[in-house]
Design a binder for this molecule. Sequence first.
Ligand code: SIN
Length: 283
Amino acid sequence: MNEVASVSITKLSPHTGAEVRGIDLRQPVDAALVARLNRAFVDHAVLVIRDQRLAPAEMLAAVRLWGDIFRQQDPRFALPECPEIHYISNQDRFPDGRRYIPGEGYHTDHSNAAAPPKATVLHAVKLPDRGGDTQYVNMALAYERLEPSLRERVDGLRAVHVYQSRHSERKLMGLSATARAAVPEQVVHPLVRTHPENGRRALYLNPIRIEAIDGMTEPDALALLDTLLAHATRPEFEYRHRWQPGDLVLWDNRCLLHKANGDYDMDQDRYLYRVMLRGDPPV
Ligand code: SIN
């Protein structure tokens, strides 16, 4: 049984990320430690749990310590033996033969859902010798450090999110007709959201999915989104995760943007399991 006394939680940067050691997620976790892990997730936004070796079903059981499973949008990436778990791989290609690197470019996951996932979890299965880091930027800190006049301007704005914004530089794989039918045409979310568990306000941006801002012309909306993204992705708001074998990383989509880096030797595999956890409609 995993217990609080045997677990250490250490910050990985002044504002984002903590490393968890001394836990084996294949074993039961007592109630006090479940509470401690959920608190740490809210406090640090990224939890890096080292030295796990989880089969898909074990990963699914483990992540339920933090919430319920959210169904991911594109079933082509589902593991046949455990469809709630998807994979991330650098070996897939677009229909035209170009390599597909999932998660390149800053984004937050599935913000085109009415109730987007509160968390995403990745578990490293195969990693390149170097590179392939995941970068996170803290949107609560970015919001707090906006010029007060800009903060006032964005408070109360609402953005339209779609599966694939026509403004996005990064192209997603197209969905099958069945998968497309299960995804809303569009949803509207506040541009600044309040974290339901700690009350902190955070920018809620997504360059891949935001199509428009209610009540603004397209040029004004795009200029504002560019300004906000340039501010929010400054290095002072970043925690950069360098993957180690056995890492299980859980992050809070309600207050972070993240991106993958396709900067490594593509003859080497980068393969991770991916699960999401249900969240609330942003307010
Ligand atoms: C993702 O965006 O979910 C994937 C991130 C990564 O592969 O590092």
